[in-house]
Design a protein around this ligand. Structure first.
Ligand code: 5AD
Ligand code: SF4
Length: 470
């Protein structure tokens, strides 16, 4: 490896928080001369940033490591050295076991210590191996992370994730997050605002605030007192250039008055809310330790729709939680019909070692889980398709994010987070354009630009690298 020509490949599994973490890892290694590699085959450092939330996560990582072992061997035969690291929640859960079972791994580090990555990589470059760091350090990792450079931001397009909160104290009985990500922690408002300003200056127009339990946010505000997520969104919406704000994932218990009010009165806060309910049965919600009932959830949705009638709602569902009966499952279908979702994610319950629900002796049979999942998904897909079809003929604003598959096509997002395909015309990635929706499928919309409203978009902004390849 020669200084300045080293390459890095990060494979990211799981949620948006991992996407954000992977970007921060790339930022952290930039000063050591690591640039993005096109594939694992020609990378000097390979990082698997793993997720442990559902199904056989660890097994998937071990089989990927089997492939990487061969790759590392082939490179070694050519005299090239490869550093292999495993990060994220599987790394946190497996720890030492990982280097024992897969000696190809040089470094195992959990989500709380990735700011130490440059130091680890230097040590491995100097001959150390088998490093494991799964601490939950008291230091604030975010304050030790590098802000991305302009050049790096320019490759990432007009939308960005921004982690504002991490960890969870809720302890839902099915979930590993409180164990792998640790206790809830919120970053101070000032730091988040300065990161968002940096993003805006590099051309980012939409930020999605991330946290496992994002609306439990209580970071220190400018006056030294804790700020709510509503307050943070207010501060971010005053930044020039940031036109759209989203947040995910929320817990129903933490939808406080300020946040609900923001949905009614902050035009930069997009009308989309991912608010997982998990189940419609009060008995199962209690067994899940969700701390809300079906009617609590319905009431919250009613209050949000009161201030923002067009809001697009999304949720997560788990079917086949231990002890779930047909009656419980029907209560889930019922809440789905009552709420009418714009989109949703649904999963079969998967026992996570170390969580209380995994110990229950009332596990539901696999075929029952599969049948329930199919029934639920068919209802959710019908709702999503209906939501999309209702948009036909409407004018919506779309933030253009990337080239489409067809020549001259661009893809962006509506305020409701739907993917929208348009013929670009004079519009560019990063523009927010008015379009008329002309078609809809279950997963996306097609649209035509409304020419008269978009003339003002054509400014003298320099092209980003993503645009130059168009
Ligand atoms: N089994 C199935 N789904 C799970 N989720 C979390 N843990 C489990 C599990 N053990 C789902 C929940 C959560 C989403 C991120 O993943 O629905 O909201
Ligand atoms: Fe897991 Fe979310 Fe429950 Fe926290 S609130 S334990 S992250 S499901």
């Amino acid at each position: 490896m020669t200084e300045g020509s080293k390459s890095l490949f990060i494979k990211t599994y799981g949620c948006q928080m991992n996407v954000y973490d992977s970007e921060r890892m790339a930022d952290a290694l930039e000063p050591l001369g690591y640039d993005a590699a096109a594939s694992a085959d020609d990378a000097d450092v390979i990082i698997l940033n793993t997720c442990h939330i559902r199904e056989k996560a660890a097994e998937k990582v071990y089989s990927e490591l089997g492939r990487i072992r061969l790759l590392k061997q082939r490179r070694a035969e050519r005299g090239q050295r490869t550093i292999v690291a495993v990060a994220g929640c599987v790394a946190q859960a497996e720890g030492e076991e990982m280097v024992r079972r897969a000696p190809v791994v040089d470094l195992v580090f959990g989500p709380q210590t990735y700011h130490r990555l440059p130091d680890f990589v230097l040590r491995i470059e100097n001959g150390e191996a088998g490093l494991v760091d799964t601490d939950f350090p008291a230091e604030d990792k975010f304050s030790r992370l590098r802000q991305p450079s302009r050049a790096q931001l320019a490759t990432r397009g007009p939308t960005a994730f921004l982690t504002v909160q991490e960890g969870c104290d809720k302890f839902c009985t099915f979930c590993v997050v409180p164990y792998t990500r640790g206790a809830e922690f919120s970053r101070p408002v000032g730091r988040i605002v300065s990161e968002a300003r940096n993003l805006a200056e590099a051309g980012v127009r939409e930020v999605t605030l991330l946290g496992q339990n994002v609306n439990a946010y209580h970071g220190e505000g400018p006056d030294g007192r804790p700020s709510s997520l509503g307050g943070l969104i207010g501060a971010l919406s005053r930044i020039d250039g940031i036109e759209r704000i989203r947040y995910t994932t929320s817990h129903p218990r933490d939808m406080d008055d300020a946040l609900i009010a923001a949905h009614g009165n902050n035009p930069k806060l997009m009308p989309y809310l991912h608010l997982p309910v998990q189940s419609g049965s009060d008995r199962i919600l209690k067994a899940m330790n969700r701390k809300h009932s079906g009617s609590d959830y319905r009431r919250i949705v009613e209050r949000i729709r009161h201030v923002r009638p067009d809001i697009a709602l999304s949720s997560d569902f788990i079917v086949g939680f231990p002890g779930e009966t047909d009656g419980d499952f029907h209560a889930t279908l019922e809440i789905v019909r009552d709420i009418d979702y714009a989109q949703a994610y649904s999963f079969k319950y998967s026992p996570r070692p170390g969580t209380p629900a995994a110990e229950r002796d009332t596990q539901v049979e696999e075929h029952v889980k599969s049948e329930r999942l199919a029934a639920l998904q068919s209802e959710l897909t019908a709702q999503q398709t209906a939501f999309n079809r209702k948009c036909i003929g409407r004018r919506l604003s779309v933030l253009l994010e990337r080239p489409g598959k067809r020549s001259g096509q661009l893809v962006g997002r509506s305020p409701y987070l739907q993917a929208v395909h348009i013929i670009a015309g004079s519009s560019r990635i990063g523009d927010i354009v008015e379009v008329e929706i002309t078609g809809a499928t279950a997963n996306s919309l097609s649209a035509e630009p409304c020419v008269e409203n978009n003339a003002k978009q054509a400014g003298n902004r320099p092209l980003t690298p993503a645009e130059v390849i168009l």
